[in-house]
Design a protein around this ligand. Structure first.
Ligand code: ADP
Ligand code: MG
Length: 218
C-alpha cells in the first residue's frame, strides 16, 4: 500500500466484467483505471485459512492479485530493454484498499470510451481475420523480444485496442510464470524455451476455441 493510500468505496459501483477469480470495476476516483477485487468467497477462504496461506510458499497460486503483483516485478518489466515493454501490457499501478478488500489497480483498456473487447469475443465473432493475424504476429514478436513470462495465454485474458487502424493486443491477466521450477526466471536459455512454449500453446488454444472446443487444447 502507498503512503497516502485511502480506502476506495465500491458500494453502488457495478462491476463491468468478472473472471473466474476477480471482479473488475472502473475506479470511481479515476475512470482510466481498472480495480480488480477477488471474489468474495475466494477472499473468505483465504482469510479462513490465513495461517497456512501465509506460510505457503506459492500463495500467489491462490491469490491472483498477489500473483499479478509479483509478476509485474519480473525482470523483463522491471528492467525493460526499451519502452515498447508497455505496448502489449496493461500498466500496473499497485495495490489499493477498497471496502471489498484489496484491489489491483491497472490501466483500463478502452476504445473511444468503451471497454475494450477480449480477443476471445473477437475471434468468436470474426474468426482469424487478416487484421487479427497481423496483431497476433506483432504480439508474438514482442513476447520473444522482451521474454515476458506469462502463464498460458488464453484469449479471454487479452483485449484488443484499436489505435487508428491496426489492432493491438494487450495482456490484462495471466502474467507470471507457470512452472513450479523457477528456471525461466533466472536463465535466458530456459526463458526462451518457456516463452516459445507459451506461444505454441496460445495458438493451440486459439485453434481449439475456433474449432468449437473439441478434444483437448494442450
Ligand atoms: N485492464 C482491463 N481493461 C479492459 N478490460 C479488462 C481489464 N482487465 C480485465 N478486463 C476484463 O475483465 C475480465 C476479467 O478480468 P481478469 O483480470 O481476467 O479476471 P480473472 O483474474 O478473474 O480471470 C477480462 O476477461 C476482461 O474482459
Ligand atoms: Mg482472467
Amino acid at each position: 500500500m502507498g503512503y497516502y493510500s485511502y480506502m476506495i468505496n465500491l458500494d453502488g459501483v457495478q462491476s463491468f466484467a468478472e473472471g473466474g477469480n476477480r471482479k473488475c470495476y472502473i475506479n470511481p476516483t479515476n475512470p482510466k483505471r481498472c480495480l480488480k477485487v477477488l471474489h468474495e468467497n475466494i477472499l473468505q477462504n483465504l482469510q479462513k485459512n490465513s495461517a497456512w496461506y501465509k506460510h505457503l510458499g506459492n500463495s500467489d497460486g491462490l491469490d491472483d492479485n498477489l500473483r499479478e503483483e509479483k509478476a509485474y516485478k519480473q525482470k523483463a518489466i522491471k528492467y525493460p530493454i526499451n519502452s515498447s515493454i508497455w505496448d502489449h501490457l496493461a500498466k500496473w499501478y499497485g495495490m489499493v484498499e477498497t471496502n471489498l478488500g484489496p484491489a489491483s489497480e491497472t490501466e483500463l483498456i478502452t476504445n473511444d470510451g468503451e471497454i475494450a473487447e477480449t480477443l476471445e469475443a473477437y475471434l468468436f465473432r470474426e474468426g482469424l481475420t487478416p487484421e487479427i493475424k497481423t496483431a497476433l504476429s506483432t504480439f508474438e514478436s514482442w513476447l520473444r523480444t522482451h521474454q515476458v513470462l506469462t502463464k498460458n495465454i488464453i484469449p479471454h485474458n487479452v483485449v484488443i485496442k484499436k489505435e487508428n487502424g491496426p489492432l493491438t493486443l494487450k495482456i490484462i491477466d495471466g502474467l507470471g510464470s507457470k512452472s513450479f521450477i523457477p528456471l525461466p526466471k533466472y536463465s535466458k536459455f530456459f526463458a526462451r524455451i518457456y516463452v516459445d512454449r507459451r506461444i505454441d500453446l496460445m495458438w493451440s488454444r486459439i485453434h481449439w476455441d475456433l474449432s468449437g472446443r473439441i478434444g483437448n487444447w494442450k
